[in-house]
Design a protein around this ligand. Structure first.
Ligand code: CO
Length: 183
C-alpha cells in the first residue's frame, strides 16, 4: 500500500470522464488499498480515483468516524454485513429522492466548503473488488458522499453545483489563495 499524491483543482484530470473497470485483478486491489490509505492519511470521508490521477470508475468512502447508522446493503450474494467503509467499482445512481442542501468540501479543493443541492436519499448499484454487484441505500451524509464521489467519476466537482453567485465567490477565493501561495 502507498499514500498517493492528491490531484488538486484545477487539474484537468478532475474534469474528465473515467473508464469502466473490466478487470477485477490485483491491480484494482492495489488501487483500492492505496485509495483507502490516501483517504485516511488526508482525513477525508471519500476519495475517487481521478483524485489520485487514475481515470477509472473507482471510489472509496469511509464514514466510520461519523456517528451514524451504517449503509444498508442488499445483494444477491449471502448478506454482506452493513458497513461504513465502502468500495465502489463502476457505481451508478439508480434512484435519488428529495432535494436538500449539503455542506461539502473536497480533498482536491483544500480548505473550501460550501453548501450544494443534493438528494437526501439515493440507491446505488456498484461492484465490490471481487466483481460482485451490490445495491446500496444511503441517506443524508452517506447519500451526499455517494453523490459527491460518483460526480468525481463523471468529471464533476462540488463547486460545479454552486450557483453563479457562489461560483464567483469561489473563483475569487481561489485566485486570492493562488496569489498568497505564490508569494
Ligand atoms: Co471530492
Amino acid at each position: 500500500m502507498a499514500i498517493r499524491e492528491i490531484v488538486l483543482y484545477p487539474d484537468p484530470r478532475l474534469s474528465q470522464k473515467t473508464e469502466i473497470v473490466k478487470s477485477f485483478d490485483s491491480k484494482l486491489e492495489k488501487l483500492l488499498d492505496d485509495m483507502f490509505e490516501t483517504m485516511v492519511a488526508a482525513r477525508g470521508l471519500g476519495l475517487a480515483a481521478p483524485q489520485i490521477g487514475e481515470l477509472v470508475q473507482v471510489a472509496v468512502i469511509d464514514l466510520s468516524i461519523e456517528d451514524m447508522p451504517p449503509a444498508v446493503i442488499s445483494s444477491e450474494r449471502p448478506i454482506v454485513a452493513p458497513k461504513k467503509r465502502l468500495e465502489l467499482i463502476n457505481p451508478k445512481i439508480i434512484t435519488a429522492v428529495k432535494d436538500v442542501t449539503s455542506d461539502e468540501g473536497c480533498l482536491s479543493i483544500p480548505e473550501y466548503r460550501d453548501s450544494v443541492k443534493r438528494k437526501e436519499c439515493v440507491t446505488v448499484e456498484a461492484s465490490d473488488r471481487a466483481g460482485n454487484l451490490f445495491i446500496l441505500e444511503g441517506r443524508e451524509l452517506l447519500a451526499f458522499a455517494l453523490q459527491h464521489e460518483i460526480d468525481h467519476l463523471n468529471g464533476v466537482l462540488f463547486v460545479d453545483h454552486l450557483s453563479r453567485l457562489k461560483r464567483g465567490i469561489f473563483q475569487r477565493w481561489y485566485a486570492k489563495r493562488q496569489r498568497y501561495t505564490e508569494e
